[in-house]
Design a protein around this ligand. Structure first.
Ligand code: ZN
Length: 295
């Protein structure tokens, strides 16, 4: 295992209460992240170093680009089209059987452009969440129920395997994936985090089909071989709660990493002044592109 401490740049500091779900929109060269508890989407422009804030007025768990233009966000109670220029919102889909006190959390598009996004109880009641799939016709389907904190999602390059994290299980799971029907089968364990590693949160996948997983409570991002569970690379971060990551840049070799301030005491915040920041490193591996919703 090799440990990388190269070029770890906090690109916008201390802005996010709960920074999450970074995406790279190649056409505009922008990085979007959500700040779930800050009820906003942050738009970072690597060319200028500036961050623009889009306030949405409710908790936002995930953002994805939309092929026809604009963005899709997962709000507290449903999915919305967001115009990033005007901030205007349009309801797209709402689940019908969500328990009170649930909200949407992490989400991502599959290789066919369907939007997968899960829910969780805001008080973290066990097994109250569901992983949904928004098809290209706008219909929302319940896929995995009994989830506690629905988090990281990734598909391999062949499009036949789906990786998924329900954070409190401390496990990364794999499923067989039928890209034509969008169905999952044959759930199996990839790896389980030790208590020293924290809990797995968001993740992305590189061009060599290796997972890059954010460690909530674990001060790091790890590159993990899903075939063996091996931790191939560890990137230490100066923030305890690391939430997600994405590859970006023209060469897809910049890794952007989100972190959180929420839940840290005054003393912890004093020790982690960069907590909540967005970080960038070049780990020397090419990533995969952020996929847009095609509905
Ligand atoms: Zn997360």
């Amino acid at each position: 295992m090799n440990t990388k401490e190269i070029e770890l740049v906090p690109v916008h500091e201390g802005r996010a209460l709960l920074g999450e779900g970074p995406i790279w929109v190649a056409a505009s060269g922008l990085i979007y992240t959500v700040d779930i508890e800050g009820k906003k989407v942050d738009v970072y422009d690597p060319a200028t170093g500036e961050t623009r804030i889009i306030s949405v007025g409710f908790r936002v768990g995930a953002v994805v680009p939309r092929e026809q233009g604009g963005l899709v966000i997962a709000g507290e109670d449903g999915l919305y089209a967001l115009d990033p220029e005007t901030g205007s919102l349009e309801a797209m889909a709402k689940p019908t059987n969500e328990p009170n006190g649930n909200r949407f959390n992490d989400g991502k598009c599959d290789p066919k452009g369907r939007f997968w996004v899960g829910t969780m109880s805001m008080t973290e009641n066990p097994k109250q969440g569901t992983l949904y799939r928004l098809d290209l016709d706008g219909q929302l389907h319940s896929i995995v129920s009994g989830v506690t904190i629905s988090n990281g999602l990734a598909w391999n390059a062949a499009g036949d395997t789906f990786y998924y994290i329900d954070t409190p299980t401390n496990e990364i799971m794999a499923y067989d994936y039928d890209a034509e029907t969008g169905e999952l089968s044959h759930a199996r364990l990839v790896t389980r985090f030790s208590s020293e590693e924290g809990s797995p949160d968001g993740m992305t996948i590189d061009a060599e089909d290796k997972l890059w997983v954010a460690h909530w409570g674990g001060w790091r991002v790890s590159r993990i071989d899903p075939a063996t569970g091996e931790r191939m690379t560890v990137i230490p971060l100066p923030a305890q709660n690391v939430t997600s990551c994405v590859f970006a840049g023209e060469d897809l070799m910049d890794l952007y990493i989100t972190t959180a301030r929420t839940g840290l005491s005054e003393d912890q915040l004093a020790e982690q002044p960069h907590a909540g920041g967005l970080f960038r490193i070049r780990p020397g591996v090419r990533g995969t592109s952020t996929i847009a919703y095609r509905g």
